[in-house]
Write a new protein. Structure first.
Length: 224
């Protein structure tokens, strides 16, 4: 597997590129419940439908969460965009079972070191409207190995509205405590997370379709 080699200097420099890119690529960047998370570390999980997803996570972390984040990324993608290693990305190769375990053990070690980890449980990018969200067992594995770490589900929904550029709607959901589902098997935990995140994404979709943005705030405003 390819390990992360985080660089604070590179991260600062990359942010100078990423912040304007995010703000100018979307007509609106709207968030509900997106707020600081005092407890560290946490395991972030989210649906995965776009190349933008990882960049949005980095943007939200720089502007809101300020965690020491690391992100699991498909090996092919990390080889193509190797600079993501300096932002905290590490690889997984689902075609090789032994390497899957190695990557999960690496993520486990990061969490136990106090670093937050981002995981896309679908394993690959899938169309935004694919249902149900089909999850791999990695998140449940990490919940078992790191029972003290809470899980923060995120939902991302991309939509073309009334402007030339697309909109991005983001919802940060209530923290899932391991204690809530500790009695479940790994398979049952995976199905629980899969069903929960599918329902959460569909609720967000309903808000987007109805254009109900009253409960959302802008995540793209320049901060003073």
């Amino acid at each position: 597997m390819i390990k992360a080699t985080k660089s604070a200097l590179f991260e600062t420099g990359f942010n100078l590129y990423l912040t304007p890119l995010i703000r100018f690529s979307f007509s609106r960047l709207l968030g509900q419940g997106v707020k600081a998370i005092p407890q560290k570390p946490v395991l972030f999980i989210a649906n995965h439908s776009s190349w933008w997803d990882g960049l949005v996570f980095f943007y939200l972390n720089r502007t809101i969460w300020h965690h020491d984040i690391h992100m699991m990324m498909h090996e092919k993608g990390l080889k193509k965009y190797s600079y993501f290693r300096y932002l905290g990305a590490f690889s997984i190769n689902r075609e090789k079972p032994k390497e899957i375990l190695t990557s999960l053990q690496y993520a486990e070690a990061l969490l136990k070191q106090g670093k937050s980890v981002i995981l896309f449980p679908q394993g690959d990018e899938f169309h935004l409207e694919k249902r149900p969200l089909t999850f791999q067992s990695g998140a449940a594995y990490l919940m078992e190995k790191c029972p003290e770490v809470s899980v923060v589900p995120m939902s991302f929904y991309y939509s073309f509205g009334h402007q030339q550029k697309p909109e991005l709607w983001v919802r940060q959901h209530a923290v899932i405590s391991n204690e809530e589902i500790a009695q479940l098997t790994r398979k049952e935990k995976t199905l629980y997370l899969q069903q929960l995140c599918t329902e959460q994404l569909d609720h967000l979709k309903s808000a987007v379709i109805s254009e109900n943005s009253e409960a959302f705030q802008s995540l793209g405003k320049r901060r003073s």
